[in-house]
Design a protein around this ligand. Structure first.
Ligand code: M6R
Length: 613
């Protein structure tokens, strides 16, 4: 996700901002920029690539001034390029904005602003904020009103919707920096004769550990000698400063010991952000009209690793909700197998990074067969998104831990949204069913906030089982891929042997590996196959397994006497249950690896993105 840093103080802001941007590099980005107020004008320097590139450019431009803002951009709207990098400016060039988040109504706003004569220089959603502030400044009558910029910002906030945190400078008001927070992170650092605005504490931790954590709807007004926070109601809020005791490294992980743990906890927000686009954009993204969608006869899903498991879940969704036959291939296999060249086929490539060589190779093969291609990807501007005909962004923010967690749940959520969309468009779903399924989707983020509370229970459970050599994960139907993913996660971070199976299959072979004390993790919500999962539980128990049942409240009653341990997850809609069920498995992998002293964020032999065949 984008990173913001702002400074007001008596020193030259440039070194503070460049250093702050370096401290935000861990968030992932593709370009960076700064704007400084110098002698009543704004000097802006931007560069594609690393902050080191920006630093070189800044050395040449050599801006100087005590008020400045900087930004690292993780592209969401518009490709990574210098024009699209922040800060963005209005028509006068006197206002600059840096932003993290998504302005949902930016297309409508942009059209209106253009019709009123505003000229846009980028493809970003952010630029509308600068132009709106430009207009709204004109509505504040008294030109000497000291709150003029604040009032213009307040008016602007009423016009934009979505998740956003942004910082604003106005060339005419050196010594003033305004920050807004709404559903995206923004914090204030309180220094001595200098104050900071940032997406995250590490950006200024070197200079101060006194922090104000802004709430949604709050606006921070920063001057050299003090900070005022204005609440949602327009009145002054008086948040208490918090003293941070984190070191720099812990701060980058939001206070968590590892990125993997932080990213597990990021999931409610990641789902929310992914859904924001899924709600509005699918039809446009696919580039197919209703007739084109009705004609679709096959869907080929191609992916690797965790993304492949998301694809397997997607198959259940699309076949059931849209009635379109789906094949799911490991990308490395698809590339070399004989794929029938059937008309009206859509190939869907799922990838967090968009740089996985096998997936890109498979997409090229699909294209050579004449198939339309859709990427479900988390990195804008990545090779995959440039190769496919269209892209749906998962918007879960940069995933840093090698073991994928939030990308997986965002990918499944996207597959669900795609399935529901296709089902509605091709007439497979009635309006009533569609509305019900969509309603369920909108509650998913809330259920995710509930399920992350299970960390303590899972952590406690792992004390008993972490020394086992072998772990088995079982699920059925849409929870079968979740069993596969649970096993993969555990293997990756703990180096233990772990296998996932369809529970109905164990009697055909895998049951032979179950021994006294073998941990068997059964994903068994109270659904149509619950009774069958209970039987599998009994079969494993009879062979001495230590059975952990991941179930819902409705299943707990029956599972209690059968399993050795229950993990009770919140109930979501039938199709969304897998998104919830995987979270305790992520915690399980994390805590077993932690107890075994493994390198959780950088497991041995693994790379975050596998860019070779
Ligand atoms: O970036 P991608 O989603 O294309 O990566 C695919 C796999 O390499 C990836 O999911 C891998 O399995 C992860 N380490 C899973 O945690």
């Amino acid at each position: 996700m984008c990173g913001i840093i702002g400074y007001v103080g008596n020193n030259n802001s440039v070194p503070y901002i460049i250093d702050g941007l370096k401290k935000l590099e861990y968030r992932g980005y593709d370009s960076a920029g700064i704007s400084i107020i110098q002698d009543g004008s704004l000097v802006t320097v931007r560069a594609v690539g690393k902050v080191a590139e920006l630093e070189k450019a800044a050395l040449i431009a050599n801006p100087k001034g005590g008020t400045g803002i900087g930004h690292t951009r993780w592209a969401t709207h518009g490709k990574p390029s210098e024009e699209n990098s922040h800060p963005h400016t209005d028509c006068t060039g006197d206002i600059v904005v840096v932003h993290n988040g998504i302005i949902e109504n930016y297309l409508t706003l942009r059209a209106k602003l253009e019709s009123r004569g505003h000229r846009f220089k980028s493809e970003t959603d952010t630029e509308v904020i600068a132009h709106l502030i430009e207009e709204n400044l004109l509505h504040v009558r008294a030109s000497n009103d000291p709150d003029r910029l604040l009032k213009a910002v307040q008016k602007t906030n009423k016009e934009i919707s979505g998740a956003f945190a942004y910082g604003v400078l106005w060339a005419r008001t050196p010594g003033l920096l305004i920050g807004v927070k709404n559903q995206s992170p923004m914090v204030v650092g309180l220094g001595k004769n200098e104050n900071f605005l940032a997406s995250d504490v590490p950006a200024f931790l070197k200079h101060t550990n006194k922090v104000l954590f802004l709430e949604d709807g709050e606006i921070a007004v920063l001057h050299v000698d003090g900070v005022t926070v204005i609440g949602k109601d327009g009145k002054e809020a008086k948040p208490k400063p918090v003293k941070i005791s984190w070191d720099q490294q812990t701060a980058e992980k939001g206070g968590y010991e590892h990125f993997m743990l932080k990213e597990i906890y990021d999931q409610p927000q990641a789902i929310e952000d992914t859904l924001r686009t899924a709600r509005t954009d699918f039809g446009k993204i696919l580039g197919l009209d209703t007739e084109g969608i009705r004609k679709l006869r096959n869907i080929h899903i191609i992916a690797c690793g965790t993304a492949y498991h998301a694809g397997l879940v997607g198959k259940y969704y699309i076949e059931q909700l849209a009635g379109i036959p789906v094949s799911v291939d490991l990308a490395s296999e698809y590339k070399y197998r004989s794929v029938p060249q059937l008309p009206h086929t859509l190939a869907v490539a799922i990838s967090q990074s968009g740089e996985t060589a096998d997936t890109i190779g498979a997409v090229k093969k699909a294209q050579s067969l004449g198939f339309r291609t859709l990427a479900v990807c988390n990195v804008l501007g990545s090779t995959l998104t440039r190769t496919c005909d269209s892209t749906f962004f998962t918007h879960c923010g940069p995933e840093i831990s090698v073991a994928s967690t939030k990308a997986f749940t965002s990918q499944i959520t996207s597959m669900y949204a795609l399935a529901v969309f296709l089902g509605q468009a091709n007439g497979n779903l009635s309006k009533t069913v569609f509305d019900k399924l969509y309603k369920e989707l909108l509650t998913l983020s809330k259920s995710m906030s509930e399920v992350v509370k299970l960390e303590y229970d899972v952590r406690h459970l792992t004390r008993k089982i972490y020394k086992a050599d072998r772990f088995i994960f079982l699920g059925r139907n849409v929870n079968f891929p979740i069993a596969l993913e649970g096993a993969l996660k555990l293997k990756e971070v703990s180096y233990r042997s772990a296998e996932g199976f369809a529970a109905g299959e164990i009697k055909h072979g895998p049951i032979s590996v179950i021994d006294k004390g073998t941990p068997v993790i059964m994903i068994m919500p109270h659904d149509a196959l619950f009774e069958k999962m209970l039987s599998a539980c009994q079969e494993c128990r009879a062979r001495g397994a230590f059975v952990v049942a991941v179930t819902t409240k409705a299943g707990a009653k029956q599972a209690r006497g059968v399993a050795d341990k229950l993990i009770i997850v919140p109930q979501a809609g039938e199709f969304l249950q897998p998104v919830i069920n995987v979270v305790p498995l992520q915690f399980l992998a994390y805590w077993i690896a932690k107890r075994l002293g493994c390198d959780i964020d950088q497991p041995r032999n693994l790379a975050k993105s596998v860019t070779v065949e």
